[in-house]
Every structure is written in C-alpha cells, then in structure tokens.
Write a protein that binds this ligand. Sequence first.
Ligand SMILES: [Zn+2]
Ligand SMILES: [Zn+2]
Length: 433
Amino acid sequence: MRFQAPRGTHDVLPGVSFQWRFVEKKFREVCRRFGYGEIRTPTFEDTGLLLRGIGESSEIVVDKQMYTFDDPGGDSLTLRPEGTAPTVRAFLEHSLYAQGPITKVCYVGPIFRYERPQSGRLREHHQCGIELFGATDPAADAEVIQLGVTYLRSLGITGEEIHLNSVGCPLCRPAYLQRLRDFITPSLDRMCGNCKRRYEVNPLRILDCKVEECRKASAEAPPILEALCEECGDHFRGCRDTLDLYGIEYVLDSRLVRGLDYYTKTAFEFLHAGLGAQSAVLSGGRYDGLVEECGGSGTPGVGFGSGVERLLLAMEAENRTTPQPESLTAFVITLGEAARKVGLTVLNELRAGGVAADIDYAGRSMKAQMKEANRTGAKYAVILGEDEVNQGVVTLKNLRTSEQESVQRQEVCATILTSQSGDRGVNNEPGDS
Ligand SMILES: [Zn+2]
Ligand SMILES: [Zn+2]
C-alpha cells in the first residue's frame, strides 16, 4: 500500500525548499522596512468567525470551499481559508488597537480551500499577507500597494501589471448594484449558473465572470467608478495621487471586484502573465466593515495576500532563480576502524565549530565515500586512512580544485573556517548579506 499526498497538496522537498525560504525571508525583510510586525495565528479557527468575516454570500462559503469539521468536543472548526479574518480576530482578542491608532501586521502561512480538482488550484496553498488597521487615509492604501511592488522587486519580479478599482461603500454601492442588476436583467437567461446566483447575492461578481457569454452580457455595464459617492471618489483620487507620487503605474479596471463581502473602496490585483491569463500574483484592498462585522468597534483596514506558489511561478517565468545554497561544507572519509573512530571525532569537532559536515553511514568503500562526498556538493573531503591516523593529520582535499594538503588534526576546523571566510558567502542562504 503506497500513499500519496492528498489531492491539491504538495511536498516541498529539500532540493527546492531553499527557494521557499528565500521568498519568505524577502517578505519579512520588506515588511520590517515598512514597519509591519509578524503575527502567527492558528491554522484553524472558530467556524462562526469565518462565516462572519468572509461573508455567507462569498464564493468560499457558497461553493463549500471550507474545510469545516467538528472536533471531538463538538466545536465546529475550520481550516483557515484566508488570512484576514483570523488576523482581525487576533487584533480584537489581544486589543492590539490599544497600542496606538495604527496597527500593521504581516503573516506567512498555509491557506486551505476545497477547490475543484479540474481547476488546477491547490487545496492547501501558502500565503504572505499584510494588514494595516486604523487608517482611513488613502495613503495607507497606496502604502500597501507600494509594499507589494517593493516585495516583487526584491524577488526580481518586474512583469506584473497592477489593476486598480474602487468597489464603493455601503452608502453608494447599493444604488450601483441596482443599476447593475437593471442592466443585466435582460441578459440573465443567457448567463451561467454562477452568475444567476450572483445576480441575487453579489451582482458585483458578475463583472469578473470568465464565461464568454457572461462577459459579453456585462461588457457595456456602467462602471462603478462613475457611481461612487463623494467620500469614495475623494478616497480613490487620494490613493491614485499617492501612487503617482511613488511612481507606481497601474491600469484602471472597472471589472476588478473582490470575492469577499467585506471589501470597500480600493481593490487591486497584480496580474502576471507567467501565471496564465488574468491570474493575480498578489491581490487585496480595503475592508472598512470587517472589524465591526467581527465584533469590534468600527476600525478601517487595508491589506493584501500573495500566494507563495504563484510568486515562485512568476519568478520562474522571469528566469529569476535563486542560487542553491551549498548543503555541506565537508565530508569525512575514512578507511579502517581506527580511522573511523578519529573520523567521528573530527566530524563532531567540525559540527561543533559551525562547519556543515557529514560522514558515511552505509559502510561504503573509500571510493564510494568519495563519490558520495561529490554528490553532496561538499567543498572539502576530510580524508583519514591509517597513515593519517598515525601521523595525527588529515588529508584535506578541495573537491572543486582537487588540490589536497596535509593538515594537523586539531587544525582542520580552523583551516576550513578560514578558507570559507575567504570565499565570502559560499555557504550562505541566497539573499543573505
Ligand atoms: Zn461610497
Ligand atoms: Zn457567469
């Protein structure tokens, strides 16, 4: 019986995990530069929180994408299907708002959604996200977008296209939704089942339906930007002015809406051609109603989420590969029982001294040990035979140049460390500086 990883999940193996570390590390660096502290919330939350926070009419809930289960104690729990509601819950539970008017947090973690297998989407994916609480200032929206751009640049990604829209507020949206319904009504019969349902619960989402017939029907729909109230209009202008100030280019996109109910005003997506048509590498917006919806007092918020898997695809599409770090610096090779004993001592000293080192555990011949040393990518082979043991030395072979020298046993660690600091960065993670 052989088992496989559940459908829609994947393993990150040692040969690629360094790329993941790179992507996450750059994210934390950029967040620190912008003043965001990292928050880690549980992998599962109270189902009630997510139903409130995401909205019962959102696709996540309607399409039954949530991994919801009763635990043995009878509590209904759900694996986190997005990052914002859990962050809002923590923000309220720990009164983070009491520390000052503005709270900025970032997070990295897995997200779970029961996607249809044919969609090619993952059921567990990993997300980097930020949330900025407490600011109505449109410069905050611009900062969130600017942080996103800065982050992509830090990964070497330059091919994104930023789409920007405003989805209005509870003051101006209802009237717009009515106009939109009126416009759609004559074509409703020809539209897909999803849109027929959206027509009732969330007609805004009809605008981003990918079905050809639906796109045709909504092609000439009145744009929401022309229906914004004064406050939303001013806010949107403020955000655009700040983006101009930062030299960030964007495309106005009246079809850009968000899947979740709690978004207000600014909405944005960073599309990337490397992910296929209309696929976002990063997306977010403002959610001024969410904190109140989750039981807090009215606190505005704005943020984004970005899938690690998608960032890696975008990097690949732009040929941005990170150099693989050397996994080992030294491999200890021994011949005979006496040498083996000394070899284990040397191995112990190397590791204690901070040198990444390994030894054979498969009882292989000296030749096979040498082969293994080369396979691991180690820079040095530390060779111990009978002669070396008798003379209290080791043969230190540089596997890059094939040069070898005899080194006093006590000096092995220091010799390797000195030569390492000579070729700077060799054993560093990519991006270390
Ligand atoms: Zn408005
Ligand atoms: Zn449709």
